[in-house]
Write a protein of this length. Sequence first.
Length: 412
Amino acid sequence: MKKIGFIGIGKLGLDCAEVFAEKHEVRGYDIYPRVSNSVKVCDIEELVDQSEWIFIAVPTPHAEGYDGSVPSSHMTPKDFGHDAVIDAINNVNRYAKDSKKVVLISTVLPGTTRNKFVPLLDKKHQFVYNPYLIAMGSVKWDMVNPEMIMLGTEDGSLTGVAGELHDLYETIMQNNPRYEVGTWDECEAIKIFYNTFISAKVGLVNMIQDFAMKIGNINVDVVTNALARSTMRIMGPKYMTAGMGDAGACHPRDNIALRWLAAEYNIGYDLFDTVMHAREVQAKNLALFLVDQAQRHSLPIVIHGKAYKPDVEYCIGSYSTLVGFYIREAGLPVVYVDPLADDRANCLDTIDGPAVFLWAHNRKITYEYTGNTPDTQPYCKIESGSIIVDPWRKLPVDMPGVAVLHYGNTRT
Ligand SMILES: NC(=O)c1ccc[n+]([C@@H]2O[C@H](COP(=O)([O-])OP(=O)(O)OC[C@H]3O[C@@H](n4cnc5c(N)ncnc54)[C@H](O)[C@@H]3O)[C@@H](O)[C@H]2O)c1
């Protein structure tokens, strides 16, 4: 039996504390009077002094008018408030006579824990960022049947205290949950992007509902149920590896044309514009990263793969050429290597000398759902002194004579 304290026993904290209290000795502190049959509600001094584990479940409130119940998309974006978390950390520092295991549950945006909270906590304490995926109305059930448990540590490794937290959860869990260990920042990101995936999904589904109402002869359920049963590409892990952008003969042009449909039927918004605009800025960001590498090292830029995907010749809708466009816009030349590409403009067969390569093709990622998994083989000799920018983060970083940069991995 462990001694556990909950700072903040509101909608989330009280139920979670009561779940722990079925197996452990649990105290709770709140700035508002709270009552519980199983959690001992006490003052902050007793809670900190008597608890080995201290869970912080205080609010990280949005500003007035930013909860989504009234229009807010026209308002200036704002971060959550952090005062209550900072107050809780200060209280741990003030009343702790020995080292505590501090677990922050409250939802914050990526980067907040490292930049704002950890520097405030006395060094003698241990800290884990551990956000919950819990929904109102089912807090206690969700607590012991979570989709996953996120354990955030400074360097993303399963540190001693994170391992102990894992063991503590094992005493109460009912569903043998999946544990995801990452940096504080990665766990902040998993939590907040989990929620935004749901928002995006609901936004897309309701957009189809809007089209049904405007176009006629469409039952939205027929459409969304067919998509829901599409487990090959849509409802599954496919397309969950960040890398090159959406491309090919169909997807970009479909979205571009749907912009017309949204306007034609006066839908009132244009999600396709947002998606396609993001795709272009993402290509530009990648292009500018390549430009920066080329300028730093005085090397030319080569895009390895011009067709929109490996093993085909089609350059229609290619993301490689979109990235190439932004490289040229930034003032640098760009060439391609691709033995199959049907558009041979600026395509070379060999590259003499070192270069900055964009590893645009990854045939394993593109085709592994078919069971055909051999990796992309180099389309030309990669000279020593080259830099390969791998947006798929799959090439080994210890290739002899070549520096491999995993675009999208900023862990140090
Ligand atoms: N409610 C949920 O289902 C849920 C799910 C996942 C994550 N979260 C996150 O958990 C956090 C808490 O959410 P909630 O819904 O329980 O909020 P809440 O407002 O219901 O509860 C927070 C409690 O903390 C208390 N409190 C405020 N300042 C305090 C302080 N300085 N010291 C001690 N106690 C203080 C409040 O009185 C309140 O009882 C938020 O960051 C929220 O985003 C909530």
